[in-house]
Design a protein around this ligand. Structure first.
Ligand code: XMP
Length: 506
């Protein structure tokens, strides 16, 4: 495996993605919590950083923890730090170098740049430049304006790149990273979904032995894949619980329960609708609603878990981006970010936590799911918020409003599926507005609810664009909703992007 030391660059996760795309396992560690080396670590990559090595506050590590012991690749800040520490000179560039450049000189004899052709496009994003290299540092790549675009330290397996090979605009970037992790570090490219399943199941068997594990499932990708892995390891000792909070989509409780049973999981469906509705009565503030839903969920889950004798572990579908200890922007004193899928559960229940997906990115979870032959319907499901329709009914919630929204949502989502649009959309749903509007149906004047449809494209939910769904499709869905759902006489389409709007309305 490869260690990536994070100095807070916006591209650090991208480095990890690229290395993993080469079927090589890697881990990101923040510079202020350096990992110890074990024999499985074959090389270390130093990330970029928003800081300058010239700042007194800039992130710093003792490079000799790694340098000389293992192959080391510094990228951008990482390269500058390595040169700076050996008494090289780093200075602010005359102009900030940002964007595409081409390598006008390449030393092909250096294994890092083997098979990379002169003229290869690279992506630059830096404010400082290395102006003087220390002794033994040899330039192996230059662009028109950056003489030290790549270097190698003679007699060592230490390299530096001023450009960002992890960014796709560096057209041969993947090849450069492959040269490093495969040719130079000697990693075997054997980290695939299948080998991940095998090694994880083996490790879970050892970790859990004959212990019992309880898990809350949501119908979402992460918890489902995590549960199947644990189930493969310990079978019936995994107890799954799926809570109907009364805020799920139409028919979702039944159909998700059915598909879990189909996959062989030992799952119990708990109808707790009334408890949630009671707790939500007259609550209108979004955060209060979230809190109430979270609180009741913990109560219901805790009660169910206590019925399982001697349960020791809580299984969770936490994924890697949730737990990467982020040092970005905040600098050296940054506190470590951590959050859990099911808010508050682990602390409250005094159970040990098992998180089999906590090293994977979202798309890797999907690939593992495919290798486990989990239903495509579950793997391809749009994200759905924990508080469910509760945050899509603006204002207070009651069962009648839930019914209306479930019907509207069903027509919209089913429509997307029927028209082959579902997979082009990252997330879609409907929002019940706390507004009545005048309409006319037949000869009668109506005064009924307005719903908004929302569909977005996104990579990770952090930013999102509204979907340009075809007008004909929107027209049909609007018609169907108004004709079929009693209580709705107007449909609008949300054309706001995030930022400045958010995906949900509450
Ligand atoms: P926003 O509305 O912040 O949503 O743009 C980004 C993503 O997060 C989901 N979301 C939630 N998920 N509990 C959740 O589990 C919540 O309280 C919550 N609020 C928003 C939202 O559906 C979108 O995918």
């Amino acid at each position: 495996k490869i260690y990536i030391i994070d100095f807070g660059s916006q591209y650090t996760q991208l480095i990890a993605r690229r290395v993993r795309e080469l079927n090589v396992y890697c881990e990101i560690h923040p510079f202020n919590h350096l990992p110890v080396l074990d024999e499985e670590v074959k090389g270390v990559i130093l990330s970029g950083s928003p800081h300058s090595v010239l700042d007194t506050e800039s992130p710093y590590i003792d490079l000799y923890k790694y340098r000389g012991k293992l192959p080391l690749l510094g990228i951008c800040y990482g390269a500058q730090l390595t040169a700076f520490e050996s008494k090289g000179k780093v200075a602010p560039s005359e102009i900030r170098e940002y964007g595409r450049a081409n390598l006008s000189f390449i030393d092909q004899s250096c294994p890092l740049l083997e098979n990379i052709k002169e003229g290869s496009q690279v992506w630059m994003s830096h404010g400082d430049t290395i102006t003087d290299l220390p002794e033994k540092f040899k330039v192996i790549g230059s662009t028109e304006s950056v003489q030290v675009a790549a270097y190698h330290i003679e007699g060592e397996q230490t390299f530096g790149l001023q450009f960002h090979p992890e960014v796709t605009h560096s057209t041969d970037g993947k090849e450069v990273l492959q040269n490093f992790v495969v040719k130079i570090c000697g990693c075997s490219q054997s980290w695939t979904p299948d080998t991940f399943v095998d090694s994880t199941v083996k490790a879970l068997k050892e970790q859990l032995g004959n212990d019992k594990v309880v898990m809350a499932l949501s119908g979402g990708v992460d918890s489902s894949v995590a549960a199947i892995l644990v189930h493969k390891a310990i079978g019936e000792n995994l107890y799954c619980i799926f809570v109907d909070n009364g805020l799920l989509r139409k028919n979702e409780f039944e159909s998700v329960l059915e598909s879990y049973k189909h996959m062989g999981l030992n799952i119990k469906g708990v109808d707790a609708k009334d408890k949630f509705y009671d707790a939500l009565r007259d609550v209108t503030d979004p955060e209060q609603k979230r809190k109430a839903i979270g609180r009741v969920f913990i109560e219901v889950f805790d009660e169910e878990a206590h019925k399982i004798k001697d349960v020791k572990w809580l299984g969770q579908g936490t994924i890697y981006p949730d737990i990467i200890e982020s040092v970005s922007v905040k600098g050296p004193s940054a506190t470590i970010k951590s959050h859990h899928n099911v808010g508050g559960l682990p602390d409250y229940m005094h159970l040990k936590v098992v998180e089999p997906l906590n090293t994977l990115f979202k798309d890797e979870v999907r690939r593992v799911g495919t290798s486990l032959q989990i239903d495509a319907a579950i793997l391809g499901r749009h994200p759905f918020p924990g508080p469910g329709l509760g945050i899509r009914i603006l204002g207070d919630i009651n069962p009648e409003k839930v019914r209306i929204l479930q019907e509207v949502d069903y027509i919209f989502i089913q429509g997307l599926k029927d028209h082959g649009l579902y997979d082009q959309v990252w997330q879609a749903g409907a929002i019940l507005l706390p507004v009545q509007s005048v309409g006319v149906m037949g000869d009668e004047r109506t005064y009924e609810n307005v719903v908004s449809l929302r569909a977005v494209t996104s990579l990770d939910g952090m930013t999102a664009d509204w979907c340009h769904l075809p007008y004909e499709f929107l027209a049909k869905i609007s018609n169907d909703i108004i004709n079929k759902v009693k209580g709705v006489n107007r449909v609008v389409y949300d054309i706001s992007s995030k930022p400045p709007a958010t995906i949900e309305w509450e």
